[in-house]
Design a protein. Structure first.
Length: 348
């Protein structure tokens, strides 16, 4: 018996059929084959969908958003605790150092570059730019109170009906005093309904500064005077003066702050590099970070800087970041930084 080959086009497969089969019989074979294939595919699909591991469950719950993040944050916080949001780094840092960190502050991405210590808790929410917080984000946080100061009062409308209080760490006169930092710290203690926490922190801060002073004195007993600057570029800088926190911190350490003029409301006077020549050789220059690599290279290449002789015949040091407009925590950070710094040049 001869054989013929019939091609089933849908599957590109060859089927062997007898030569004596009529066209009608062929059509019956086609129909039967198609029916068998359809049944097999249906059974396979049913078996596949019946497998628990392959079933797709449709989630009818609302999508996760920042509200869920805020609520999970709230779950980690003592229900009796007053939840504070502060766009101001000075208040945020001091609250954190006291033991009552705010649940949110701004510009956290650059906190380490400008503030340094204390470190914020990992759960602290970044509300965006400090000067213009993210209103939608703030509205979804479990916040009880906003603590800011005059610099941020323009943004209070973003917080809705959440009460806001102003606490400012700044000199009240031409020279900053210890009271200019203890009084706002006590104000923070009152706002969080824990005055004892504030008092304990003030006492501990003074002890920490005194310990840092002793450590520095053991290492560099002859260094008594300091000038403090922060570079804007290779030729321009801010010199911090008597109405800055450096006056208070150095006085608490038994040291003298040397200045070249009366400062503005922010506690500094703008000077140029050449103005440093007015400082005597006994004054040690402290440069506050951050200092970009480019600016650092330009300073080292400056003929004026080379003539000044800092790091050689004049004493100098570069200190880690400390928030210039901070509170009690900045005083402690500065003292700790100075206690471990390595001075170079001059009489040392």
């Amino acid at each position: 018996m001869f054989s013929i080959f019939y091609q089933y086009e849908s599957f590109k497969r060859s089927i062997l059929m007898p030569a004596s089969v009529t066209p009608i019989t062929v059509r019956k074979w086609q129909t039967l084959l198609a029916f068998i294939i359809l049944v097999c595919l249906t059974l396979t699909a049913c078996s596949h969908s019946a497998s628990d591991k392959d079933i797709t469950y449709f989630d009818t719950s609302p999508p996760k958003d920042i509200t869920e993040t805020a609520n999970s944050h709230s779950d980690r916080i003592d229900s009796d605790r007053i939840n504070i949001v502060s766009p101001d780094w000075g208040n945020a840092a001091t609250l954190t150092a006291m033991g009552h960190a705010p649940i949110a502050t701004g510009d956290i991405r650059v906190w380490d570059r400008w503030v340094g210590r204390p470190h914020l808790p990992a759960a602290t929410t970044d509300i965006g730019i400090r000067y213009q917080p993210n209103a939608e984000l703030v509205a979804q946080l479990p916040v009880d109170m906003v603590i800011d100061n005059a610099f941020y009062e323009h943004a209070r409308s973003l917080y809705g009906d959440v009460p806001a209080q102003s606490v400012m760490f700044a000199a009240k006169g031409k020279a900053a005093t210890w009271a200019d930092y203890t009084e706002p710290t006590r104000a923070l203690g009152a706002l969080i309904d824990n005055p004892k926490m504030a008092e304990d922190y003030i006492v501990q801060s003074q002890k920490d500064i005194q310990l840092a002073s002793q450590q520095f004195q053991q290492r560099y007993p002859i260094i008594k005077k300091f000038a403090v600057v922060q570079f804007a570029d290779a030729n321009n800088m801010r010199m911090y003066v008597d109405n800055s926190l450096f006056k208070v911190a150095l006085e608490q350490m038994g040291k003298e702050l040397v200045v070249l003029g009366e400062g503005n409301q922010w506690g500094f006077v703008p000077i140029r590099m050449g103005d440093l020549a007015q400082l005597d050789d006994e004054t040690c220059l402290l440069i506050i970070d951050p200092l970009s690599p480019i600016t650092r290279a330009e300073i080292n290449d400056s003929l004026v800087w080379q003539r000044l002789g800092y790091g050689e015949r004049r004493c100098m040091a570069e200190l880690p970041p400390v928030w210039i407009y901070g509170g009690m925590s900045s005083l402690v950070s500065l003292a700790n930084n100075l206690s471990t710094v390595s001075l170079t040049g001059g009489a040392i």
